[in-house]
Ligand binder design. Structure first.
Ligand SMILES: *[C@@H]1O[C@H](CO)[C@@H](O)[C@H](O)[C@H]1NC(C)=O
Length: 503
């Protein structure tokens, strides 16, 4: 089903749901080992650098230019494959125009945009997504003037019409929260890092999506977008077509009209897949965004500085989380910096196991039960809170509020793990993803690391973690209902991580 694919947090079927809630018994044991506080500052596997652009400035978007007689040249603020920030970008009749006297200072258009057609992994689909000059065109000032320019001597004004503020132009809408918004915010925040405050998004435009298409069935996409950026305006395909048709040259007209965008973040999934970090390594479009700001812009501390926190806090405030909850991570790091507190400084350790037993890809029933038993034993012994949840039994608010307190998130590979983007980042925060043995995908592994948390892929009674390199693999059984897991192994992994043995 198409809608389900676009959901941020896909709900699981209501059947076979189990909700076990074990309140934190006061069994805190004094443990005195040395948890290592900081994780590696870099998530980058390979240090290939793109050759385009220079260090992006940290200044916020400019105010409106004088467009009556001037057409400011397009500036490339920052770029990574699939993610580009421009100032003074133009659009007429559906074509994005880069106005420049230095065309060589811009990347190849195929690294910035595409035709926006749906992506299939076939040679035909790859070819039909290659952008042409109809999608994006680089023109010089003379040509721009001949198309839309006025004349000071005759007081004829430019035919340039401003769209002010910051526009996020999203050519796709797949994996809405953990890819699209995650990548957009990473790239934006990283580019304008140091600006205070970080400029906000004024509008989001989905040129290729109808209002129904970018929304998902459970409604998580709108919930997330509206709570994270309450004053954002959304335009979809019909609004974009209005802007296209009103700037189309009519028969007999010699001069057209053009829209001027102040600042634009252009995101394109097909273009991101043409970059090595996404296309060859992680299959995460957002990985190009993060790599772009961490490496090219030299923001090496970026990943440790809570880049996602403004978005997370907005969403969680919307669901009613209080300051105490929002600051779980901050308090844990403060304690951990002063010494070696138990549980990495986390006051209340919360283990959340997202059960998928009601939907297709899931654990062998006995192994699911064995896992629950092992987690119950662990949490009872340590005085931790355990939640075994089928997310669809909870409202969106309850799901997000639970994620906001979760230290250890355990679950079979699947969309439910997207909740990790709402977890508090603490010295021991961990995502444990259960795969069919030898199966692997980077979706949640990369996302977890981008938040400076730890990820383990578990294959029954073994596991792997970064920087061990694992390639995507979908063996027979990957999507099945007989995924094995040895519960005591998972419990041991959690306990060792809490005690600082796995950093
Ligand atoms: C899973 O691990 C347990 C404990 O080591 C073992 O007994 C069981 O055979 C394993 N199952 C599979 C399918 O490897």
């Amino acid at each position: 089903m198409r809608v389900a694919l676009h959901s941020c947090f896909r709900a699981i079927s209501r059947r076979d749901a189990l909700l076990v809630f074990i309140g934190a018994a006061s069994l805190h044991l004094l443990y005195s080992v040395s948890p290592s506080v900081h994780q590696s500052s870099s998530i980058i596997v390979n240090t290939h650098l793109s050759s385009h652009g220079s260090l992006p400035p940290s200044s916020p978007p400019s105010s409106i230019s004088n467009l009556d007689y001037e057409m400011p040249e397009t500036e490339l603020v920052s770029h990574a494959p699939g993610w580009t920030i421009f100032r003074n970008l133009y659009m007429a009749d559906g074509t994005l125009f880069i106005l420049t006297s230095k065309p060589e200072s811009f990347p190849d258009i195929k690294l910035m945009t595409s035709t926006g057609l749906p992506a299939l992994n076939t040679p035909e689909s790859i070819a039909e997504r290659m952008p042409t000059s109809r999608d994006m065109s680089i023109i010089d000032p003379e040509e721009a003037h001949s198309r839309w320019g006025g004349d000071r001597s005759t007081k004829e004004l430019n035919r340039v019409f401003p769209i002010e503020g910051s526009t996020v132009l999203l050519n796709h809408y797949y994996h809405f929260c953990a890819e699209l918004l995650f990548g957009a915010w990473a790239f934006w925040h990283g580019t304008f890092w140091g600006a205070s405050p970080i400029p906000s998004f004024t509008r989001a435009i989905f040129p290729h999506a109808t209002p129904e298409e970018w929304r998902d069935g459970p409604g998580m996409n709108i919930f997330f977008l509206r709570s994270a950026w309450p004053s954002l305006t959304v335009e979809t395909r019909s609004d974009w077509l209005d802007r296209v048709t009103t700037t189309r040259l009519r028969a007999g007209e010699h001069k057209g009209r053009v829209w001027w965008f102040d600042t634009v973040l252009l995101s394109d999934r097909s273009a991101a897949f043409r970059g090595p970090e996404c296309g060859e390594r992680t299959q995460r479009t957002a990985a190009e965004a993060v790599k772009g700001v961490v490496e090219r812009a030299g923001r090496t501390g970026f990943l440790e500085r809570g880049w996602w926190e403004p978005v997370r806090r907005n969403v969680l405030r919307f669901v009613g989380a209080n300051d105490r909850t929002l600051d779980i991570g901050t308090r844990a790091y403060m304690r951990a910096e002063r010494g070696t507190p138990p549980n990495g400084g986390v006051e209340e350790v919360v283990v959340t196991y997202i059960s998928r037993q009601g939907v297709r890809r899931h654990l062998i029933p006995e192994d699911h039960e064995g896992l629950v038993r092992a987690l119950v034993e662990l949490c009872h012994r340590r005085g931790w809170e355990l939640n075994v949840v089928a997310m669809e039994r909870l409202s969106k608010e309850e799901q997000l509020a639970l994620a906001a307190r979760t230290t250890f998130l355990v679950g079979v590979h699947g969309n439910g793990l997207t909740h990790l983007v709402m977890m508090p980042i603490t010295p021991i925060s961990t995502v444990i993803e259960l795969f069919y043995p030898e199966g692997y995908a980077h979706d949640y592994e990369w996302t977890t690391r981008a938040l400076n948390m730890k990820h383990f892929a578990v294959w029954n009674h073994t596991s792997t973690t970064y920087p061990e390199l694992t390639w995507p693999n979908y063996p027979e059984g990957f999507q099945g209902e007989q995924i094995p897991v040895y519960g005591p192994y998972v419990a041991k992994l959690i306990e060792d991580r809490a005690d600082g043995y796995l950093t």
